[in-house]
Design a binder for this molecule. Structure first.
Ligand SMILES: NC(=O)c1ccc[n+]([C@@H]2O[C@H](COP(=O)([O-])OP(=O)(O)OC[C@H]3O[C@@H](n4cnc5c(N)ncnc54)[C@H](O)[C@@H]3O)[C@@H](O)[C@H]2O)c1
Ligand SMILES: [Zn+2]
Length: 360
């Protein structure tokens, strides 16, 4: 089956995203003409490295691309300055030069850290994303946001750096734990609610799973990348319309924090998405029945629709949200499927919205 190519052209640079049916063994052929030199430094986590690192390195070696690597312990708990420092030190010891390229092989945690390492190392080297989770394929590997967590909160130290190239081999999704695949489904559903009523209808009829046929998975993933592309191209640095991509995230972040970051990002976003739909409908900001429709699609993908934490706990965490400014917070509201709007609400207003969305 032929690969899908999506060209992304934000203001600062442009690059291709390839969605492939089983292409990890050929990725070297794609990369060879793009790299400034035949030296790369691969960054991966312990789970993904066990599964895919050697295949990637052989594919690179076939094109005479030399690779060095840093492998860090898998999990969000590693997405911090200490791991970033280890990666940078490793790059220096491995004699990575200004003309080398960093490669992120893994999920969103790996991509976010590798991107930031590439932004910092020698004041910036190119990097390539090889996403291996659904979330990373449809969301985090595209758009150039990269960050690590601080003790005070998630993604608080970061940068914008667009990748040189993104290569998604959907065959890697088959080894994902079901829960991790479901995390990515939350972002897929979010994209459909934001921008694609047809995709929303398809997902309602035929929820995706990691063992779906290649054609179906590739089509859904490529469609999602196309949706993300539109937001990133319109507003690379999230000054306006890109904020719509935060649909479900303001409440979702509070849920994630309330769980002590033990709940997967997508699971928290699923709760946030259904909560904001419920609250919007109750306030008369969204069309009747939208909350029920979104809940059905979320549940069909094995994701939660109700918060295990009470509204008062979430309000406590929402007050700490970094996206809040002195006057309140900008929320994405799903007026109907395919037409979201941004609304600025006071913190008091946001707290009432959490109560409306989380309450029975
Ligand atoms: N930069 C952005 O725009 C952006 C957008 C959304 C999310 N994010 C970030 O992404 C992160 C979440 O990403 P994630 O859900 O991919 O988490 P992750 O990278 O931690 O991956 C989840 C788990 O799956 C394992 N895994 C990855 N690929 C695998 C495979 N093919 N087979 C088997 N196991 C595999 C990993 O080892 C890990 O244990 C969060 O830190 C979030 O803040 C960033
Ligand atoms: Zn997200």
């Amino acid at each position: 089956m032929s690969d899908e190519k999506i060209h992304i052209a934000p203001t600062s640079s442009e690059y291709d995203v390839i969605v492939s049916g089983n292409g990890l063994d050929c990725v070297g052929q794609y990369l060879a003409p793009l790299l400034p030199s035949r030296n790369v430094h691969i960054i991966s986590d312990s789970n993904v490295a066990t599964l895919y690192l050697e295949r990637l390195r052989s594919s690179l070696a076939m094109q005479s691309i030399q690779s060095t690597c840093t492998v860090f312990p898998a999990g969000e708990a590693s997405k911090n300055l200490a791991t970033l420092s280890d990666i940078l030190e490793d790059m220096a010891v491995s004699e990575v030069t200004r003309s080398s390229t960093a490669i992120a092989l893994g999920g969103g945690v790996t991509g976010d850290m590798a991107g930031l390492a590439a932004a910092l190392y020698m004041r910036g080297i190119p990097y390539v994303q090889i996403p291996t989770t659904l979330l990373a394929m449809v969301d985090s590997s595209v758009g150039g946001k990269c960050a690590v967590d601080l003790a005070a909160g998630k993604n608080l130290a970061g940068a914008f750096l667009q990748p040189l190239f993104v290569f998604a081999d959907i065959a890697t999704l088959r080894t994902l734990p079901d829960e991790v695949f479901a995390d990515g489904c939350a972002e897929v559903i979010k994209h459909a609610v934001l921008a694609d009523p047809e995709l929303f209808g398809i997902l309602a009829e035929r929820p995706i799973n990691k063992n779906d046929d290649d054609l179906y998975l590739m089509t859904v993933i490529a469609t999602n990348i196309g949706i993300k592309r539109r937001f990133v191209e319109a507003d690379e640095r999230e000054q306006g319309q890109r904020k719509l991509l935060n649909l479900g995230h303001s409440i979702g972040h509070a849920v994630e924090a309330a769980s002590g970051y033990t709940m997967g990002h997508g699971h928290a976003v699923a709760i946030g998405l259904t909560a904001i739909a419920r609250a919007s409908e109750r306030l008369g900001w969204a069309e009747e029945g939208i909350a029920e429709r979104i809940e059905a699609v979320v549940a069909a993908h094995g994701l939660p629709t109700r918060s295990p934490y009470p509204a008062e706990d979430l309000i406590g965490f929402a007050r700490l949200d970094k996206k809040a400014d002195g006057t309140g917070i900008t929320l994405a509201i799903p007026e109907s499927v395919g037409s979201p709007v941004l609304k600025h609400v006071s913190m008091y207003g946001f707290e009432r919205i959490i109560e409306l969305g989380i309450g029975a």
